[in-house]
Write a protein of this length. Sequence first.
Length: 170
Amino acid sequence: MFAAFDKEVQDSKTGKELLHFVETRSSKKLNHTTELFGLDGRKTPVLEKDAKYTIVILWAYWCGPCRAEIPTLKTINTRFAGKPQVDMVSVTVDADEAKWKQALAAEKMPWKQLRITPDAELFMHELFSYTNAIPVVILVDQQGKLLKRIEGSDKKALLDMADYIAQQGV
């Protein structure tokens, strides 16, 4: 299908990006090799190898519903504290790193905090089932397989997800 575009479009920057996306899209999956920027600016794995379950929170500093669900997420984090089978990681979609860091200082979320890398931004849907809506909380297994997805701020759904994890023997 890409060949149907005229040569000028194919050779353009956008054309090359589109071709790269089409050719690599199916290989972009959330797994132990997926890395994003940590607070220190270095690439950090999203998934911990020892975690049987990972709760991934997609959020932004400017998102009111995202900030409103943080107390519930802190409760869940406390519930699984000391249990390496469960990991939590927040992934911001913020472009403004300074404001993201200010929000982190204010919210004091004790779990791993990551930012989208430019190369991962193109594959947000494939990695996190992201549809440009936040907050989104996903629960994935050790291989990065999606088990549950919660879109929007929903305290009951978050607590139900925590109960589901506990019912799995964690």
